[in-house]
Design a protein around this ligand. Structure first.
Ligand SMILES: Cc1cc2nc3c(=O)[nH]c(=O)nc-3n(C[C@H](O)[C@H](O)[C@H](O)COP(=O)(O)OP(=O)(O)OC[C@H]3O[C@@H](n4cnc5c(N)ncnc54)[C@H](O)[C@@H]3O)c2cc1C
Length: 340
């Protein structure tokens, strides 16, 4: 366990925003969590941090930030069709996907290149290209910071939703490790029909090819590289806003003036792509001081170099207002503002 006082977080959030926290603790496993519990870390203000890819620091954090650096991977069960693998929270999700693809284990290749830790993957139920963490998560092992005990959650108990899970509303649980059920050839269930994935695959692609997982991974990486900013070069948190779900009456009203508006019927209403709404308000590619809207994707707010979290937040509020004024639709951030 390593502890730092008055720690600079600029390198721990993909926006690259400078902010400090009173105390930063890197922990390696269960013994460290028990030790932190003994030291009453969880009795005060604290939070878990993975790669900081869904956070916006709008000021310093007056409390303790804990960050897993645990890196073990363990095979739990293996049959001819699938394998159950347990991975520690501190592993970079994309490194785990690379390891899985190299071993011929399918199920996570579509999630390639999402900036994320294994620990945050079930919390956020990360998803991309027709796949979500919930499709492969079998169990989540956690530390209950109120009780000081370890327990595990079945997939059902995680109550996964769109970028949502039980853990999101219950931050008392620290994800320690995650068990993923991955498939072996020929039981792979390849998902190729989302967006332009199929057309990005090599022309001789065959689902039976021993290298099919590798080809999908490379295609996803290439598509993402072409349309999303690389946090190593341009700070962002990916999609800043959630896609709003509205009443059919609202959709009909907008369709009257914008007959080409895309929307998707949902059980609870209609989902409109927030990126489309923002684009229509003219924000795409706009810059305002140190912040801007990415020129290739209106959902992504970017740090143009020296931004503060407050500047990003203000830009987000201007965009929210523009969308509300033009369409009467409220959009909400997916990114978590710290402090809240
Ligand atoms: C360029 C870019 C592209 C992106 N593309 C996508 C995408 O395609 N799909 C997608 O779903 N997301 C995407 N995102 C958003 C981001 O990758 C996800 O939200 C991801 O899950 C964040 O993981 P993290 O480790 O950075 O979590 P953090 O941002 O550090 O934390 C997120 C939340 O999880 C909690 N948390 C973190 N670790 C733990 C733990 N061990 N135990 C309990 N709680 C924990 C935190 O307290 C916080 O509430 C993108 C982000 C960027 C920057």
């Amino acid at each position: 366990m390593k502890e730092y006082k008055d720690y600079q977080l600029q390198g721990n959030n993909t926006f690259g925003i400078p902010a400090r926290c009173d105390r930063f603790i890197e922990y390696a496993g269960e013994e460290d969590l028990k030790e932190m519990y003994k030291q009453k870390v969880f009795a005060g203000q604290w939070m878990s941090l993975g790669c900081g890819a869904n956070l916006l620091f709008c000021g310093d954090y007056h409390g303790t930030i804990i960050h897993s650096v645990a890196q073990s991977i363990e095979k739990r069960e293996e049959t001819a069709q699938n394998i159950l693998v347990k991975a520690d929270a501190g592993i970079i999700l994309d490194n785990f996907i690379e390891y899985s693809v190299s071993n011929g284990w399918g199920g996570m290749e579509n999630l390639s290149a999402i900036p994320c830790s294994v620990g945050a993957a079930p919390v956020q139920n990360v998803g991309a290209y027709g796949a979500e963490a919930k499709d492969v998560v079998e169990r989540v092992h956690v530390f209950d910071t109120k009780e000081g005990t370890f327990r595990s959650f079945s997939k059902e108990e995680c109550t996964f939703g769109y970028r949502d899970s039980f853990f999101k509303a219950n931050p008392q649980y620290v994800v320690v490790s995650v068990e993923f059920r991955l498939t072996k050839a020929p039981s792979w269930e390849l998902r190729l029909d989302y967006g332009n994935l199929r057309s990005a695959l090599p022309s001789d692609f065959s689902p039976e090819d021993a290298l099919a997982l590798r080809m999908i991974r490379e295609a996803v990486r290439q598509i993402r590289h072409d349309k999303l900013p690389d946090p190593a070069e341009i700070g962002s948190a990916g999609s800043f806003f959630k896609n709003p779900v509205v009443d059919r009456t609202v959709v009909d009203k907008i369709l009257h003036d914008y007959p080409k508006m895309p929307f998707y019927e949902m059980p609870n209403g209609c989902k409109i792509p927030a990126g489309w709404l923002i684009e229509q308000t003219g924000w795409k590619g706009k810059k305002s001081g140190n912040v801007g809207v990415y020129e290739k994707q209106a959902l992504v707010l970017v740090n143009l170099g020296q931004a503060t979290g407050k500047e990003v937040w203000e830009l987000a509020q201007h965009i929210t207002l523009s969308v509300k004024e033009k369409f009467g639709v409220e959009i909400y951030p997916e990114v978590i503002k710290i402090p809240q």
